[in-house]
Design a binder for this molecule. Structure first.
Ligand code: KIV
Ligand code: ZN
Length: 521
């Protein structure tokens, strides 16, 4: 990562519209308290301008903008308003209490919007640009004007409107790609040409505002900056109308990681990005897609054996930024069926296990078998595998196979094959339920006097494919032993736990016999 060259001309202002364009998309409504919480985080993480809402839309929106304006310490608080004077006045009232407030007024300039939406002639639109900006300027010095649907606006008309807005007092000119139609080259070009053509263009800051209908919102925003814009309007997690807006975390990290090609800088504390993403996702109930750049749960996760091997040798093999820079504590090597030995060894070390080569081989075989049956392998699953490996390495009785017939029509039946001291034996038994049938098989194959004192099942992790962990306590001659086993199949886990406890008893008896022999009895 290169260090940004922080000269004023390369400074990009980050304008966050999560609470306005983000919140106005279907289903993303936030409560008053949630808006305050998000605004507070945006302010502390270095957002320059927070578009807190559209005050004319409802009393709730008005109150939220006003409260955010009252509380915010650093950022400029902006309210959106249409071109109508009553909209602008209401917006002005909401932001009046802010340390620094901005009115953002907009009007459509494209032929299709003017004809069908506004039902106005271009000349009327032109006049309204002037009157709306003038009205806003009477309330505050900080006025932003947006040419809605700028990317589908006829170039000469756009230039005239921009020039008029600046003349009327607009200090920021936003040229949105309202319908996400632009491609990067043309969006970059539009800014270059407008800035070259409009005589007073040097009196305003130009701004990008891109929607993601063709998946190019971030690329277009950065292209606009290359064309001379110095404000990016964006949202946390890219939420917004339809396919969303440019995502704040992506534009910020693109400028930081590829500063060699995008030599611009901004004031965002990038370590807050993950926290902000989680907060907005929780407030809106919009899940973050797993593979979302920067903040998706897979953005720093590696499962394939080849990638894990590379990552263990050097993180730069498959990561272009440190997870810590976006507020994630560490890369995660996700264990699954694509993981290899190197990944497993790394995970075992992380979990604090020191195993011999043979034990690792055994655990690896068990791990692969489990991964074929279970989608997500958690640390607890690996721990259960190792515990089994440790427990079973001296076992004299081992489970070879188990088949159980269960269901509504009893009696339930189990067929079991055991390896007892190297000899494979098979038995079939019935029972009052599948567990009873399984344990009856064991009793016939390994006759014993042990009494079952405890049988307990719980899931190692969440989900219907979670491993069941079974605990069994057996007692014999006044002594009891407890054993545990895990498996995605509860009955297999039950058989293994029972056998593990029996093995302990057998070992105890064996030791007793040895001790007695050594004592000469
Ligand atoms: O997408 C858009 O054009 C907007 C304007 C109101 C700025 O959100
Ligand atoms: Zn928008």
């Amino acid at each position: 990562m290169t260090t940004p060259n922080q000269s004023d001309k390369d400074r990009v202002v980050i304008f966050d519209t999560t609470l306005r364009d983000g919140e106005q998309c279907p289903g993303a409504t936030m409560t008053f308290e949630e808006k305050l919480e998000v605004a507070n985080l945006l302010d502390t993480m270095g957002v320059d301008i927070i578009e807190a809402g559209y005050p004319f839309a409802s009393d709730g929106d008005f109150e939220a903008v006003r409260e955010i304006a009252k509380r915010t310490k650093n950022a400029v608080i902006c309210g959106l308003s249409r071109a109508a004077h009553k909209d602008i006045d209401r917006c002005a009232e909401a932001i009046r209490v802010a340390k620094r407030g901005r009115i953002h007024t907009f009007l459509s300039t494209s032929p299709v919007h003017m004809k069908y939406k506004l039902q106005m002639e271009p000349a009327q639109v032109y006049e309204m640009v002037i009157s709306s900006v003038t009205r806003a300027r009477n309330h505050t010095d900080d006025v932003e004007w947006s040419a809605e649907d700028a990317t589908r606006t006829e170039f000469d008309f756009l230039c005239r409107c921009v020039e008029a807005a600046i003349k009327a007092g607009a200090t920021t000119i936003n040229l949105p790609d309202t319908v996400g139609y632009a491609v990067p080259e043309e969006y970059c070009d539009m800014f270059k040409r407008i800035r070259e053509t409009v005589p007073n263009s040097d009196k305003a800051v130009f701004s990008v505002h891109c929607h993601d209908d063709l998946g190019m919102a971030v690329a277009n925003s950065l292209a606009g900056v290359r064309g001379g814009a110095r404000q990016i309007e964006c949202t946390i997690n890219g939420i917004g109308e339809r396919a969303g807006n440019a995502s704040l975390e992506e534009v910020v990290m693109a400028m930081r990681v590829r500063n060699d090609k995008l030599p611009y800088w901004n004031n965002i504390e990038s370590t807050s990005l993950t926290h902000a993403s989680k907060m907005v996702s929780a407030a809106t109930s919009f899940p973050v897609q797993y593979n979302k750049a920067i903040v998706g749960r897979n953005a720093f996760a590696h499962e394939s054996g080849i990638h894990q091997d590379g990552m263990i040798k050097n993180a730069q093999t498959y990561e272009i930024m440190l997870p810590e820079t976006v507020g994630i504590s560490a890369t995660s090597l996700v264990m699954g069926k694509h993981s290899g030995r190197a990944g497993l060894i790394h995970k075992l070390e992380e979990l604090g296990y020191k195993l011999s080569k043979n034990q690792i081989e055994d655990v690896f075989v068990r791990f692969k078998a489990l991964a074929d049956r279970k989608k997500d392998i958690y640390d607890e699953d690996i721990e259960a595998l190792v515990d089994q490996e440790m427990a079973s390495s001296h076992d004299r009785i081992r489970l070879v196979s188990l088949t159980v017939i269960a269901g509504t029509h009893g009696p339930q039946r189990a067929t079991m094959k055991l390896d007892i001291d190297g000899q494979v034996k098979i038995e079939e038994a019935e029972g009052n339920g599948p567990v009873d049938a399984t344990f009856n098989c064991i009793k016939s194959l390994v006759p014993n006097e042990a009494k079952l004192e405890l049988y307990q099942v719980h899931a190692v992790t969440a989900g219907t494919d979670a491993q069941a962990e079974v605990s069994v306590r057996l007692s014999q001659d006044g002594r009891s032993v407890t054993a545990r086993a895990a498996d995605p199949d509860t009955l297999v886990a039950s058989a293994k736990a029972y056998l593990s406890a029996l093995n302990k008893i057998v070992m105890k008896n064996h030791r007793d016999v040895q001790v007695m022999a050594e004592a000469g009895h």
